[in-house]
Ligand binder design. Structure first.
Ligand SMILES: [Zn+2]
Length: 333
């Protein structure tokens, strides 16, 4: 079904399309430059030049590895929520808090009506797409996650904040589609935190995408998926990108009870481990998915953004993934 949608968008992807979740590690020169920029030791335009250089580097790497659907690598972002909150109106920057694992970030505070300020990610998409003939995904953080990872000092409740954000995120989707984007990934890693809120997270996603023609992917991680499955299938997106490198058997067993109705991006690389998986290990993970769902509906990617790995680890892990996919393509066709 979604293959047909891809075709109507003019996209012809191979069996088991490969992609990545979004972020890549920043080369050392960029990490240093970002630190300097916070001390005003280099100019914004110098930082911008280095962010473009790193974006181009990762675009070339993805092309060389043969990845089918590319990302811009998020070299210009710090945190996936703070980046949008700092760009949109209605937020102020809060104190430093610790979130998942060792992730520290300035938790944004909603202090007024949230407003889209004009295109946020469009220029990065345009620049990346200009470097390659392969499709580049538009990459956004979803309204539920922006709400959940912010303090709310303005809206009456979490649902109101989430729906207000959805109306503004939609404008970014519209701007991306206008620029030519065909595949949009809207990340909602916070989705499984409060299962009772799933209905309004779904309502918010409708507000973001309804009537806008694109192939939509939602990445979710940190998952206690059993608490939000099968309700998760109500999200109006074409593809759910779920981490299975740890919990493959449980997740796939759940599909036997309640059939999975969308395309599935199988997260087959453990991004939290330094160990580079062998192609055989990755192949076994892919085959578990192929055993449960039609191969036409499976995409392959790492189980989260690769930004916490080193540049070399990220490249080696993706090399294994691509080798595994080539082998599987040759055997299951
Ligand atoms: Zn993730």
């Amino acid at each position: 079904m979604s293959r047909a949608k891809l075709a109507t968008l003019g996209l012809d992807l191979p069996l088991l399309p490969t992609s990545t979740v979004g972020s890549f590690p920043k080369p050392d020169y960029l990490t240093e430059a970002r630190a300097k920029a916070t001390r005003n030791a280099i100019t914004r335009s110098e930082l911008d030049r280095l962010e473009r250089q790193a974006t181009e580097f990762w675009t070339r790497v993805q092309e060389e590895l043969g990845v089918d659907v590319l990302v811009d690598g998020e070299q210009y972002r710090g945190d996936m929520v703070a980046y949008f909150a700092e760009t949109m109106e209605g937020f102020s920057r809060g104190g430093l808090v610790r979130s998942y694992g060792n992730r520290y970030y300035h938790k944004p505070v909603i202090v007024g009506e949230v407003r889209w300020p004009g295109p946020i990610t469009v220029e990065w998409w345009r620049w990346t797409q200009s470097l390659t003939t392969r499709p580049v995904k538009g990459m956004l953080t979803g309204p539920y996650t922006i709400m959940d990872w912010s303090f709310n000092d303005y809206y009456p409740d979490r649902k109101a904040a989430c729906l207000a954000l959805a109306r503004e995120v939609r404008k970014e989707v519209e701007a991306l589609l206008e620029a030519g984007v065909k595949i949009v990934q809207i990340d909602e890693p916070a989705l499984s935190v409060r299962p009772d809120e799933l209905p309004f997270a779904v309502e918010a996603m409708h507000a973001v995408v309804d009537g806008l023609p694109a192939y939509y992917i939602t990445h979710a991680c940190f998952g206690a998926f059993e608490t939000i499955y099968p309700g998760l299938l109500d999200l109006p997106v074409d593809n759910l990108d779920l981490a299975i490198s740890h919990s493959a058997l449980n997740l796939l067993a759940m599909f036997e009870t309640n059939p999975f109705t969308k395309d599935l991006s199988l997260g087959v690389l453990d991004v939290h481990s330094h160990t580079v998986e062998s192609p055989e290990e990755v192949k076994a993970r892919i085959m578990r998915g192929v055993g449960v769902l039609s191969k036409e509906r499976i995409w392959v990617d790492p189980d989260c953004g690769l930004k916490t790995r080193t540049v070399e680890e990220a490249r080696e892990k993706l090399t294994s993934m691509m080798a595994a996919v080539r082998e599987v393509r040759a055997t299951v066709r």
